[in-house]
Design a protein around this ligand. Structure first.
Ligand code: AMP
Ligand code: MG
Length: 387
């Protein structure tokens, strides 16, 4: 059995050859850039107005309004001292524009403009290149594409961008007791939830589940199911059957399929019977069947690995230190990820920490990571992984 830190380092040490592909900018959300991006021109590319108001020439109190400039007007207008033009946000400022005066600070009577404030030279003019200069490095290779990134790529006119290909992920849920929601449930059976939970988690971090299948606890079926999925996946996630019970066939079936164990069992709660293995460039996780364990292991171990495979740094969930809302007795000798809810500036550890209990995961938005037994007081800082 290895420690959480050893397991995380092992994940970080995995090396992959991610292939760059060309993606449209609109499909690139959640991918990592496989190229550096430089500004192809100054941004903004022309001086323009930051306000709806009046572009004025010279410093004074009264001007003659000679025309109007709307956003998108491509003409180049010119002012002489004492002249002004009505201008709208984003409109190109005219030659000899001293400043733009916001309309709320003006009075207009016919063509006569009176100002209610002093002119400050350059005020309300967004200067060419003030955001980014032509040739400036905008994004490094490996940058994670966010909605803001897409916005900037659009504003420099990009249609396509080189990104690293995201891994193809398949999920196999194992268990004789599992019934798909929508079917009749007999006494002794449960509705399967892990497959769709993990699919949802994949989606929420910009990945996708290519296929999700369910297999009975039957060795030949599991053996064949793993073979079929492994051939066409970069990452295979299995749920259940990885513990030490009579019907836990996953580990043996993985070995039989040529998957080499990298680690098995982590000294943690929940999620002790976690398996991680590799077959060449492919990665396999045997996630524990208990729903909270399975999702916790996804957040802590699978997510950083996927991010690395996709060309990112594999930082996983954001970690922050937050004060506890209440005192808490941490009794387990195993380092624990506790389902918690962060609200405002404090975090509270939720009831229902059992590894089979998913309601606290559903109501929570963080895992509190406690490394050792301790009597914690309200206000003590605890490490939180935010999801
Ligand atoms: P296992 O790891 O296969 O021994 O399963 C541990 C516990 O998790 C058992 O109570 C299973 O019924 C439950 N479990 C396994 N797979 C799933 C699943 N896909 N959805 C919900 N619960 C599951
Ligand atoms: Mg099982």
């Amino acid at each position: 059995m290895i420690s959480i830190e050893e397991a995380l380092h092992t994940i970080q040490d995995q090396e992959f050859t991610s292939a760059p592909i060309t993606s449209t900018v609109s499909d690139s959300l959640g991918s990592y850039l496989a190229q550096e991006i430089y500004a192809p021109f100054d941004i903004p590319s022309f001086d323009n107005s930051a306000m709806d108001g009046y572009a004025v020439c010279g410093v004074g109190k009264s001007y003659t309004v000679i025309g109007e400039i709307a956003a998108g007007d491509t003409g180049m207008h010119q002012l002489k001292p004492g002249e002004a033009m009505r201008i709208f946000t984003g409109g190109r400022t005219p030659i000899n524009c001293t400043a733009v005066v916001m309309q709320e600070k003006t009075k207009v009577n016919g063509q006569v403009l009176e100002l209610e404030e002093e002119i400050t030279e350059g005020k309300n003019i967004r200067r060419k290149g003030e955001e980014l200069a032509k040739g400036q490095l905008v994004f490094e290779k490996g940058h994670a594409i966010s909605p803001g990134t897409i916005g900037l790529l659009n504003s420099i006119g990009r249609v396509n961008v080189d990104v690293f290909e995201k891994p193809t992920v398949r999920i196999i849920a194992t268990g004789d007791e599992l019934v798909k929601p929508g079917s009749e449930l007999k006494e002794g059976q449960i509705y399967a939830s892990n497959g769709e939970t993990i699919s949802g988690a994949l989606k929420s971090y910009g990945f996708a589940c290519k296929e999700h299948i369910q297999i009975q606890d039957d060795y030949p079926s599991i053996l064949q199911g793993i073979k079929n999925c492994l051939d066409s996946s970069d990452v295979l996630l299995l749920s259940g059957g990885i513990s030490v019970g009579e019907y836990d066939f996953v580990k043996k079936a993985l070995e039989e399929n040529g998957v080499e164990e990298v680690f098995y069992k982590v000294f943690q709660k929940p999620g002790k019977p976690l398996f991680f293995g590799r077959k060449e460039n492919k990665c396999v996780f045997g996630l524990p069947g208990n729903p909270a364990s399975s999702l916790t292991c996804f957040y802590v171990y699978v997510l950083p690995l996927l991010q690395k495979m996709a060309g990112g740094h594999g930082t996983g969930l954001r970690r922050v230190f937050i004060p506890l809302q209440h005192s808490f007795e941490m009794k387990s000798d195993r380092p624990s990820f506790l389902k918690a809810h962060l609200s405002g500036k404090e975090v509270s550890i939720l009831d229902g920490q059992g590894s089979s209990m998913i309601h606290s995961m559903a109501n929570g938005n963080a895992l509190v990571y406690l490394k050792r037994p301790a009597s914690l007081e309200k206000g003590d800082l605890v490490e939180c992984l935010l999801f």
